[in-house]
Design a protein. Structure first.
Length: 236
């Protein structure tokens, strides 16, 4: 199925709605810009305070996926330790990957939390990963640093086979998503292999008059019947 070739329609006596079904693949030229916007909105919605970078110490014997999983496991262990020690502070995060020039993953992590001791984090990652190179920066009121982190998601090398493009803690933020209108509006929906533009053309020919049109969504209603010309002139 090609992106956008199918629509979902809910038709009622007085009105009808239709929404284009999108693939939501990052490789899709139509969906990718919207997935990027969705992620950037998610990054800002978490109200980050820190930007943490963890760099893997290059050594042979592990695949990129294995490295990414080991880094994620170590980071989650640090989060548990942080939360357990500083109960008065929250620790929520959004993690994305980048590949270095040597081809190994390292992690950029936006955090909403209190102070992170860089030396302590370095010692922790040395014990867990034998990778003590970490960086912790303040990003409060620094939207450019948030955007700097978000841009890595749209790079081709941000996708490491066998793992997700990004990870977020449960409390980071309500997830921004271009959810299908079908999922948000109750009723009986039927699916058709036709474009939204062609459906609108047929809807107008079937007696629908008014239209609300957004990117992948249309809402039409039946207007009042048109008065015949001869009947209108008889009242003149």
């Amino acid at each position: 199925m090609y992106c956008g070739e199918n629509i979902a329609v809910k038709a009622q006596e007085a009105d009808a709605e239709a929404v284009t079904i999108r693939c939501r693949r990052w490789s899709c030229p139509i969906c990718e810009p919207h997935r990027k916007d969705e992620f950037i909105a998610l990054a800002f919605a978490g109200k980050p305070q820190r930007l943490v970078t963890i760099t893997w110490r290059t050594r042979p014997g592990m695949t990129r996926c294995e490295i990414a999983r080991a880094m994620l496991k170590a980071w989650k262990a640090y989060v548990r330790k942080y939360r357990g020690r500083k109960r008065e502070h929250e620790m929520e995060y959004l993690l994305v990957w980048e590949l270095t020039q040597k081809g190994t993953p390292h992690a950029h992590i936006l955090c909403r939390c209190g102070w992170i001791d860089q030396d302590e984090l370095s010692d922790f990652m040395r014990d867990k990963l034998d990778s003590p190179i970490v960086d912790v920066r303040n990003v409060v009121r620094k939207p450019k640093k948030v955007a700097y982190t978000a841009k890595y998601l749209t790079k081709a090398n941000a996708l490491i086979e066998g793992t997700k493009r990004y990870f977020r803690s449960t409390g980071w933020a309500p997830k921004f998503s271009y959810k299908k209108t079908v999922e948000k509006r109750p009723g009986v929906w039927k699916f058709f292999r036709v474009s939204l533009d062609l459906w609108l053309k047929e809807a107008f020919e079937s007696g629908y008059r008014e239209v609300t049109r957004r990117r992948d969504y249309a809402h039409v209603t039946r207007g009042p019947p048109r008065m015949p010309v001869q009947e209108a002139s008889s009242h003149g």
